[in-house]
Design a protein around this ligand. Structure first.
Ligand code: GDP
Ligand code: IMO
Ligand code: MG
Length: 428
């Protein structure tokens, strides 16, 4: 058995899409277990650049099959647009993309409520969501008011939708916000379902059968551990479990059938949206990381906040997700840097702490305890063997492995497939 979960080990945008693309070759299925089109996963193949939001990145490898699992919240209109984008570039989804009949649906009223929720929060209390309706859709799921893909293919759908629209319009009207129009939502959803209907199925049984035949699965986590609703910087999080546990609940594949966890880790740290970020750099160095690393959101285009590598965050991912190996990305972004810093612990009100606090007011007071590491000041971009890395780069990787207690198994030195080293023994 070889079923692997890939998770983001920071605040998202670690380069998960790229690593999924590299690992897809080894597996039969790629499964998205959670999140929605708040995610933006970039894959560069040759001169082509794809940004995927709901469709698993495995779709870019011909012959591989992909599942949008029950734990995902899915905007049908956005998904159809994305599928058109993929097929328009010569890739087929036929017989390759399957959507869970248990996945919850994001409707326009969820997006309206997302925007209203942000606008109504006191200044400074906004989460900085992607405005894709993710929180309200997961909210309806938990409140047992959501509609699922199986409802959209049911003859009762118009009546089920009408009841939701009436209730949401009462809420929107009470807020003084514009209401939504039932007929428009019904028509747009039914149009989208013309494309999606053949793809909706019982993906739990589908994956169960695949595992029974000995086929292998790769779970494509979205977001990152610090955006996880339970383990992240609550309330500055997304509304699903981005941790490895979410792979199981979000797909119906039991934990006993999953045997490996890859954590994707950026060589530094970024965050989009609000919330505590202990190693954030608000100076020229942060600006330099943003410029060289091209740190602008793949979904919203917002500039990402940038800072040094934070081992406290990485250890939090190890503890909560059981990370077996790191895929370390964007080490090449450091190529021009003289000195690098690694945060190994925090100073909280004069006390050294090694773990990320639950209380965000405490997290906001945490001051990083840094170790300095020399940079290498040469290009790593075209390096194909670990042994050819500059000595200082090897020392940075070794220190990162020491302070997190997990080995680096995959090293990414550029956005393209080719700029990836799969490391065995790091003998050289
Ligand atoms: P994801 O959400 O985790 O899939 O990450 P995003 O796609 O949102 O952001 C990662 C960005 O970094 C994308 O633009 C990638 O093309 C790019 N990228 C991935 N790995 C590397 C790398 O090793 N080096 C560089 N320079 N860019 C990378
Ligand atoms: P990928 O999969 C980075 C952030 C938003 C906001 C918070 C809540 O590309 O790594 P939401 O719209 O989910 O209610 O927003 O979570 N966020 C992400 N940040 N990468 C993502 O996905 C994200 N998905 C959500 O910026 O701070
Ligand atoms: Mg992203």
């Amino acid at each position: 058995m070889s079923n692997t979960i890939l998770i983001g080990a920071q605040w998202g945008d670690e380069g998960k899409g790229k690593i999924i693309d590299v690992l897809t070759e080894r597996v039969d299925w790629v499964v998205r277990p959670q999140g929605g089109n708040n995610a933006g996963h970039t894959v560069e193949i040759g001169e082509e650049r794809f940004v995927l939001h709901l469709v698993p990145s495995g779709i870019l490898t011909p012959g591989k099959r992909c599942v949008i699992g029950n734990g995902v919240v899915l905007d049908p209109v956005a998904l159809v647009e994305e599928i058109k984008g993929v097929t328009g570039r010569g890739l087929s989804v036929e017989g390759r993309l399957f959507i869970s009949d248990r996945a919850h649906v994001v409707f326009p009223y969820h997006r309206m409520l997302d925007a209203q929720g942000e606008a109504r929060r006191a200044k400074g209390d906004q989460i900085g969501t992607t405005m894709r309706g993710i929180g309200p859709a997961y909210g309806d799921k938990a409140a047992r008011f959501g509609l699922r893909m199986c409802d959209l293919v049911d003859p009762e759908f118009p009546a089920l939708l009408r009841a939701r629209v009436e209730e949401k319009n009462r809420i929107l009207a009470a807020m003084g916000a514009p209401v939504v129009v039932y007929d428009e939502i019904l028509a747009a959803t039914q149009k989208a379902m013309e494309v999606l209907r053949p793809l909706v199925c019982d993906t739990v049984s589908l994956l169960h059968a695949a595992v029974g035949r000995g086929e292998s699965l790769l779970f494509e986590g979205a977001q990152g551990i610090m955006l996880d609703i339970d383990f992240g910087t609550y309330p500055y999080v997304t509304s699903s479990n981005a941790s490895s546990g979410g792979a199981s609940t979000g797909s119906g594949v039991p934990p006993s059938r999953i045997d490996h966890v890859v954590g994707v880790l950026k060589a530094y740290t970024t965050r989009v949206g609000e919330g505590p970020f202990p190693t954030e750099l608000l100076d020229a160095t942060g600006e330099e990381l943003r410029r060289v690393g091209r740190e602008f959101g793949a979904t919203t285009g917002r500039p990402r906040r940038c800072g040094w590598f934070d081992a406290v965050v990485a250890r939090h991912a190890v503890m909560t997700c059981g990370v077996d190996e790191w895929a370390l990305t964007k080490l090449d972004v450091f190529d021009g840097f003289e000195t690098l810093k690694i945060c190994v612990a925090y100073d909280l009100d004069g006390r050294r702490i090694e773990h990320f606090p639950a209380n965000i007011r405490e997290a906001a007071r945490c001051k990083p305890v840094y170790e300095d590491m020399p940079g290498w000041r040469s290009s790593t971009r075209d390096i194909l063997r670990y042994g050819d890395l500059p000595a200082a780069a090897k020392r940075y990787i070794a220190r990162l492995e020491q302070v997190t207690g997990v080995p680096v198994g995959i090293l990414s030195l550029g956005p393209r497939r080719e700029s990836t080293l799969v490391l065995g023994e790091k003998d050289a």
